[in-house]
Design a protein around this ligand. Structure first.
Ligand code: ASP
Ligand code: MG
Length: 419
C-alpha cells in the first residue's frame, strides 16, 4: 500500500492532470491512496474571496467567477464537454460557496475561512477522480473529513490521532483493496461535523497522517522540483540535490524554514519508519530525494532562508539586567500571543527575538508586555540558517554589514539580515 501526494502545481492545468494520470498508470501500484491539494493558486484565491466576503466587498462575486472559470476551463479541456457527471458535481460544490456568501457573515473569521477555503481541495479531488474514471483509471473518491478528525482550532486544527487512526484503520484498507482512492489534503472535521483546515501547505501533513495510519510502504510527494536541495534553486542556482536525507535532517531543515515539505509531515512517517520520496512530477523516472532512517551523515552545507522576519529587542523599563524573572514573564506572553521564536539572544540589558512578521500577533504581545518593558524592532528581515556551515559558505552567503544578529552552534550558523 502506498500514498501519493500531488500538490497544487502538479494539478494546475489540464496538461499536468494528464501527466498525473500517466504517473499513476505507470507506477502500477495496487492499493494506492492519492491525496491532492487545491488546483494551482486556488487557495490564495479563496482566501481573497473570504476576505472580501467578511469585509462586505462585492468583489467577492468576481473572485468566485474567476475561480469558477479557472476550474471549468480545465474541465472543458479534460472532458471535452461530454461528461455531465463532472459538470453537475462541480457546480454543486460551488453552490456551497454561493450559499455561504448569500448571508451576511456572522461566525468568527477563522471558522468562515475554513468553510470556504476547504472547497478548493473538494473541487480538485473531484475533478481528478472523475477524470481518472473517464479515462479508465477506476477509482473511488473519499471525503477526507470522514477520516481526519480534529479539534476546533480553525485554520490550524490539531489532529485527534486516536479517532483518526481508528477511522482510517477500520475502513480505508478495505476500500483500497486492489484499487485507487482519491482524497483531499489540508482538510479535516470536528466532532460537531464542521470542516477545519490544518494550516497552509498542510496537504503533505494529511498524506503523512494517512500513510501513518495505513502503515503504508511509502509516501511519494510529487513536486515541481528535482527533490530536496541544499538551497532554494530560484535564489541560489548552484544548489545541489540530496539523494538521501535522514528523518532528523529533514525535520531540522523544515523547522528552519525550508518550505519544500510541511514541517509536520516527517514525524508521523518516522514513527512508523515509512520512507518519504520527494520526486519531480515532470521527470517521474528520476530518483528525487529519499528521506528515511539512515546513519550516513551528510556534511554538505544547506542554506535556508526565512523571509518576513521581525527582530524585536526588549529591555526592562527599570533598566535592570534581563533576569530569569523577566524571561519567564516574556515567554508566557510569547506563548499566549501564539508567537514562535525563530532565534533569540540575551545580553545584559536586552532580550532579542527573531520571529515571523505578523502584525496581529505582535499587537497582542505588546499589550501584554508594554507595562514593564520597552522595545525596538526592525521589519522585513531575513533569517539565514546555514546547517553544517563552513567559513567559506558563511563568507559566500552572508554580508556581515547587513547582519543584525548572529549565532553559531557546532553545526548551525544563523544570521538575521537586512535584505
Ligand atoms: N491548498 C492548501 C494551500 O495552498 C494546502 C496545500 O497546498 O498543501 O495551502
Ligand atoms: Mg500547495
Amino acid at each position: 500500500m502506498q500514498v501519493f501526494k500531488f500538490g497544487g502545481a502538479s494539478v494546475k492545468d489540464a496538461n499536468n492532470i494528464k501527466n498525473m494520470a500517466d504517473i499513476v498508470k505507470n507506477s502500477a501500484v495496487k492499493d494506492l491512496l492519492i491525496v491532492v491539494s487545491a488546483i494551482g493558486k486556488t487557495t490564495n484565491a479563496l482566501e481573497g474571496l473570504t476576505n472580501n466576503y467578511i469585509s462586505g466587498n462585492d468583489e467577492m462575486y468576481e473572485n468566485l467567477e474567476s475561480i469558477k472559470k479557472y476550474h471549468f476551463d480545465i474541465i472543458n479541456e479534460l472532458f471535452a464537454y461530454n461528461y455531465p457527471k463532472v459538470y453537475d458535481d462541480i457546480n454543486n460544490t460551488f453552490v456551497e460557496i454561493e450559499w455561504t456568501i448569500e448571508d451576511k457573515p456572522q461566525d468568527p473569521y477563522n471558522f468562515i475561512y475554513d468553510q470556504i477555503v476547504s472547497i478548493g481541495e473538494l473541487l480538485s479531488s473531484k475533478i481528478v477522480s472523475h477524470y481518472f474514471n473517464y479515462i479508465g483509471i477506476t477509482n473511488k473518491w473519499l471525503d477526507a473529513r470522514s477520516f481526519i478528525q480534529t479539534d476546533n482550532t480553525y485554520r490550524e486544527a490539531h489532529v485527534n490521532w486516536h479517532k483518526t487512526n481508528d477511522l482510517i484503520d477500520s475502513q480505508v484498507p478495505a476500500l483500497l483493496k486492489n484499487t485507487i482512492a482519491i482524497t483531499q489534503g489540508f482538510i479535516g472535521n470536528t466532532s460537531e461535523n464542521f470542516t477545519t483546515t490544518l494550516g497552509r501547505e498542510g496537504s503533505d501533513y494529511s498524506a503523512a497522517i494517512f500513510a501513518n495510519c495505513l502503515n503504508a510502504d511509502k509516501l511519494v510527494v510529487w513536486k515541481d522540483v528535482p527533490g530536496i536541495l541544499n538551497a532554494d534553486p530560484k535564489r541560489f542556482p548552484e544548489a545541489i540535490k540530496f539523494d538521501e536525507l535522514s528523518y532528523a535532517s529533514a525535520i531540522e531543515m523544515t523547522y528552519y524554514g525550508a518550505s519544500i515539505i510541511h514541517p509536520k509531515t516527517i514525524k508521523p512517517l518516522q514513527n512508523k519508519n515509512i520512507p518519504l520520496y520527494v520526486k519531480p512530477f515532470l521527470q517521474p523516472e528520476d530518483q528525487g530525494t529519499i528521506i528515511k532512517e539512515t546513519d550516513s551523515t551528510i556534511n554538505t552545507p544547506s542554506v535556508i532562508v526565512k523571509s518576513n522576519q521581525q527582530l524585536l529587542s526588549i529591555s526592562s523599563k527599570d533598566y535592570a539586567f534581563v533576569s530569569e524573572k523577566h524571561l519567564s514573564h516574556l515567554f508566557r506572553a510569547f506563548a499566549e500571543a501564539n508567537i514562535h521564536i525563530n532565534m533569540m539572544q540575551i545580553s545584559a540589558l536586552t532580550f532579542s527575538v527573531c520571529m515571523d512578521q505578523d502584525a496581529q500577533k505582535f499587537e497582542k504581545l505588546v499589550e501584554m508586555i508594554k507595562q514593564d518593558f520597552s522595545f525596538k524592532y526592525n521589519l522585513d528581515l531575513e533569517l539565514f540558517t546555514i546547517r553544517n556551515f563552513t567559513e567559506e559558505t558563511v563568507a559566500k552567503y552572508i554580508d556581515h554589514s547587513k547582519s543584525l544578529l548572529e549565532q553559531r552552534s557546532r553545526n548551525n550558523a544563523q544570521f538575521v539580515v537586512r535584505k
